[in-house]
Design a protein around this ligand. Structure first.
Ligand SMILES: [Zn+2]
Length: 505
């Protein structure tokens, strides 16, 4: 930032808040705030404020297991039964939350800037629960610290359950809720945070979800669905989608097209406990991106299973797999493939990378190839370079951030023009090995024949309170718009007529 003449330079830059600066450098690290039993009372109010004021929220759950093979059944009803069983017996080990609030929108600079916060809540169930060996192996491999969870996990369930309070805070916010491959997450959120038993059938579950997440109040945007159905990336596992959108965003920024800016700057007045709870995770792109050197023999070393699916079963066999399991390498290869196609189609290909390649090298494929591949760089040297590996105790927080960023980036054009996510992509979560997503909207089902007249429908009871809360939020939002317009009209001495939207309910 520039400093006005005559002022004390160091003081001016230290006191300038990032909100006043015209540019925010591309993010190279993310800040995660851990919420645990010891700092809970201090950080909790701040977390609730962040949720309340966010335009986007994202959630990711670390679970003690996913249940049996029914999860992969061809029949979606069977899948639901299996997930339902898991959600009633397994537990949430940590909850990752990201909040993103739009603080600056500039058509001139083609950017949307979001103030971003990431929280990772360690949670320890008070009730006994099942933990699966495969989940233990997975968590241990990613350096999950079980001692820490047991010693400092926030205990939940019972009366005044904090996760229940948290979920109701989400339900009272009209933000867009981002999930990645959200079917399983939704079932666990419903049972363990909403604290209502899952209905017996998928139809009922979808209907209840459509009450909780209506299109016009707290709709769901699924980053995996967007990657598969909107952007049509070659792979759609979370780490791939995040690194790909992060890189594409940087290419867009350099080309002065629509892009996202992430602002982590913490207000100076924030408490010491918040700073102490913050962990920093390095997420920088390769040095020199997108013109970074790529080994000439990379394509023969990258494991295709990993590149496409995000995992490689052969790694867990005694024989192992000696190929490279590295998401950035997989993305580099994919970009090269797309660029080759782009050259063949001579710039008609509607693709972020293709456009920028064409801008830099015209349509001379050979010139581009020479610039891109380094004849002297081999994969064996590349393996030695320092790589970012996202592991550790705060994985759920990292995953929630990756999810939110991927949604906002993929929807940036609509956010720029309409201030909202494109309705045709909302409330749809992908179903693996199915052509159609699960669409969260009301389904026609025969009325329930209740055998036990005493049975209380937990969902209907809870919705009464939630709808009251939502009416209140909507009323306040309309009032604040009216106030803003009144102030403006007084300032401009013009009369503005304010029309309130008809209530659709
Ligand atoms: Zn492999």
């Amino acid at each position: 930032m520039s400093v006005g003449g005559g002022g004390n330079e160091s003081e001016s830059s230290a006191t300038s808040s990032s909100k006043s600066s015209d540019t925010v450098p591309p993010f190279t690290e993310i800040q995660i705030i851990e919420v645990n039993r010891n700092n809970f009372s201090k950080i909790w109010p701040y977390l609730l404020v962040c949720i309340k004021s966010a335009d986007f929220t994202a959630m990711d759950l670390e679970l003690s297991g996913l249940g049996g093979p029914g999860l992969r059944s061809k029949d979606v009803q069977e899948r639901y039964k299996s997930i339902r069983e898991a959600a009633h017996t397994r537990s949430i080990l940590s909850v990752g939350i990201t909040t993103m609030k739009l603080i600056r929108k500039s058509e001139k600079r083609r950017s949307l800037r979001y103030e971003t916060r990431i929280f990772n809540i360690l949670t320890l169930s008070e009730k006994p629960f099942t933990i699966e060996p495969s989940a233990l192996q997975f968590l241990a491999k990613h350096s999950f610290d079980f001692n820490r969870l047991i010693q400092s996990g926030v205990q939940f369930q019972g009366k005044n359950c904090p996760l229940r309070t948290l979920f109701h805070e989400f339900l009272g916010s009209s933000a867009t809720l981002c999930l990645h491959n959200g079917f399983v997450d939704l079932a666990f959120l419903y049972k363990q945070m909403y604290d209502v038993d899952l209905p017996e059938t998928l139809d009922e579950f979808v209907n209840n979800l459509s009450d909780l997440f209506p299109d016009d109040f707290l709709p769901i945007a699924d980053s995996k669905y967007l990657a598969e159905y909107q952007t049509r990336y070659k792979s759609s596992y979370l780490e791939y989608v995040f690194r790909r959108t992060q890189g594409d965003n940087e290419i867009e920024r350099q080309a002065r097209r629509y892009h996202i800016e992430i602002d982590f700057s913490i207000n100076e007045n924030l408490s010491k406990s918040l700073k102490e709870a913050t962990e920093i995770v390095d997420v920088r792109l390769p040095e020199g991106f997108p013109d970074h050197a790529i080994p000439i023999d990379l394509h023969i070393h990258v494991c295709k299973n990993f590149a496409y699916h995000g995992f490689c079963h052969a790694r867990n066999t005694p024989k192992g797999c000696k190929m490279l399991h590295e998401v950035d390498a997989a993305i580099d290869l994919q970009r090269i493939k797309e660029n080759k196609k782009a050259f063949k189609r001579k710039r008609r290909y509607n693709n972020v990378i293709a456009e920028s390649v064409a801008e830099k090298t015209g349509t001379d494929e050979e010139a581009w190839n020479q610039a891109k591949f380094q004849k002297n760089l081999l994969t064996r040297d590349y393996r030695e370079q320092k790589r970012n590996v996202l592991t550790g105790l705060h994985r759920a927080g990292v995953d929630a951030f990756m999810t939110a960023f991927a949604v906002v980036y993929q929807q940036r054009r609509t956010l720029m023009t309409d201030d909202s996510v494109d309705l045709k992509y909302l409330n749809r979560v992908p179903l693996s090995a199915k052509d159609q997503p699960l669409h969260i909207r009301r389904r026609m089902i025969p009325p329930k024949t209740t055998t036990d007249s005493e049975a209380v429908d937990g969902h209907s009871e809870a919705m009464k309170e939630i709808n009251k809360q939502r009416e209140y939020v909507k009323k306040n939002a309309v009032e604040s718009i009216v106030k803003a317009v009144e102030v403006k009209s007084i300032e401009e001495t013009v009369v503005v007529e304010v029309k309130e939207d008809e209530d659709s309910e």
